[in-house]
Design a binder for this molecule. Sequence first.
Ligand SMILES: [Zn+2]
Length: 253
Amino acid sequence: MRPVTKWRAGQMILQNGNQVTVLENYSPYGNANSILQLNLGNYCSYCEIFSSDLEVEHVIPKNQNDSKKTEWDNFLLACGRCNGKDNKSNKLVDLNNIYLPHLQNTLFIFEYKEGGLVAIHPQVEQNNQKTKANALLNLVGLDKYPGNPKYSPTQRHKMGFPENDKRWEHRRTAWEKAMRKLKALENGEISAKAVARFAEERGFFSVWLSVFYAHPDVKHEMISLFKGTEITCFATSTFNPIPRSPNNQIDPI
Ligand SMILES: [Zn+2]
């Protein structure tokens, strides 16, 4: 999951040639949608799909804390599936016991594989870190893919989750597209910049970054092209994910 950096409330930014101040509160909260997309790109903050139909997502759900309903600091962007009733919805969120894409390096904690698979990365070793990574995985159901033994079949859902939850399939397709571009890059048919531009219009940053793991030039282009990507989450020459808060002795991730 792409680590992002959000603008601060009070910060001045340029929107369509006009200077705009990021507000502390947006009421109704839907008014924050366009500035969030300007900040973070047109991607779901969780599944990373490129979409023209993103919602303002309340990290702490509205029913958990009403005062956070309009608060800029509590917003991300989400697709209807990640934010929907079978996934995040109104589930309680404890910021001390979960990783989130605007606060930690959420690319460091997950491993993306062929076939649309997502799992906790083996480099997450400590139990408390695994717990926080799992909390995010479960919050948005990012590891819902056919055959994952974690989801037992029910009478209603033979895969253990609704069949119209196709996020895994979108990731699988993205993986296949990225593999074709990898071949083209290695054959000298396409530049690193062209690969990154192609990816930018399709989303699934983490899938592309995994496929192009051995190509720092592509990763570098992608990190600068995908709006809002937090650059400090990547090593300077390899652009591999690194912990976001190296000086935090309790948990650097
Ligand atoms: Zn999503």
